[in-house]
Design a protein around this ligand. Structure first.
Ligand code: MBD
Ligand code: FE
Length: 306
């Protein structure tokens, strides 16, 4: 069949058959995706067995709750960021900390404090260095923003995230910090270790078919929001990790690479209430003012909450 015949067939089966109210946007997308799929079946001569293997794959990936992970791993989530950047550029929006993907491991409802939070539950003390993360929240002119909501989440020393890893305590390594009167936030936590896809999982299964690894560099996720500003979804990825620029989820971007500095000075160790050397990262965030012409940065997706 040629495309004209395919489109006619799709329309005959899924448009002309309507007997009730139609959601025009859903209809438009379904018709287009079916047409593109039929066309791909033609072009690649996809067999019945191959089609069923594909549908079975989505069944398995959905049952394993790995479709969010798959979207990250295949670059779909990063592609949407590139499109959002393009839309911003077209709307004349410049400046501000770059966005990068949310990933599939956010959990709503983390404990909230002002200015400072300790994020780790102490269970990995001695196993992994302490990390202080510190920064300001400003507008694009450098004016400090008080009361910005800084949501932070990251992995433990095994690359695992609380909630999804039931061996961790509730909200371990997940906190919401409101910037203080000086527009700054400080988190005391532990050094994250890069994530790897479950080796026997559905995402790694398809990555293997593509000859790809499923690893991310060490990183820390952020949502930053403040009244009158565009919500920012971002992360920093940590310098020195072998996957820094070889991230299976393509989240590392210029402007989002952080350096973990070793702090060994005795006075500074004491000032932070520590007894050993620790690591320190500065991550300042610049928010862009909300403007009527700006495309929304709110993304409605199913998220865990605890
Ligand atoms: C992660 O920690 C992550 O950030 C992404 C994007 C995918 C899988 C695990
Ligand atoms: Fe992550």
């Amino acid at each position: 069949m040629n495309r004209q015949e395919i489109d006619a067939l799709v329309k005959q089966m899924n448009v002309d058959t309507a007997i009730g109210p139609v959601d025009p946007r859903v209809q438009q997308i379904v018709v287009r995706l079916l047409g593109d799929l039929f066309q791909a079946i033609e072009d690649l001569d996809i067999s019945q067995t191959e089609l069923w293997k594909g549908l079975e794959y989505f069944t398995d990936a959905g049952q394993a709750n790995e479709l969010g992970l798959l979207a990250a791993g295949l670059g779909l989530e990063h592609y949407l960021d590139l499109r959002a950047d393009e839309a911003d550029a077209k709307a004349g929006i410049t400046g501000g900390t770059p966005r990068t993907i949310e990933g599939p491991l956010y959990v709503a409802g983390a404990p909230e404090t002002v200015g400072f939070a300790r994020m780790d539950d102490g269970s990995e003390a001695g196993k992994i260095p302490t990390l202080f993360i510190e920064g300001t929240v400003t507008d694009t002119e450098g004016n400090l923003i008080e009361g910005a909501k800084v949501e932070i989440w990251h992995a433990n020393s095994l690359g695992n995230y609380s909630f999804f890893d039931k061996s961790q305590s509730d909200f371990n390594l997940r906190r919401t910090i409101l910037s203080n009167a000086e527009g700054s936030y400080t988190a005391q936590t532990t050094m994250p270790v890069g994530y790897g896809c479950p080796p026997e999982g559905t995402t790694q299964f398809v990555l293997n078919k593509l000859g790809r690894h499923g690893n991310r560099p060490s990183h820390v996720h952020y949502f930053i929001s403040a009244p009158g500003y565009r919500k920012l979804t971002t992360q920093f990825n940590i310098e020195g990790d072998k996957y820094l620029w070889d991230d299976f989820a393509f989240a590392t971007r210029d402007g989002l690479v952080a350096t973990a500095v070793d702090v060994t000075d005795a006075a500074e160790i004491a000032r932070r209430g520590q007894t050993e050397a620790f690591k320190h990262i500065t991550f300042n965030v610049e928010l862009v003012k909300d403007q009527t012409a700006a495309p929304s940065t709110e993304v409605d997706r199913r998220r865990a909450s605890a």
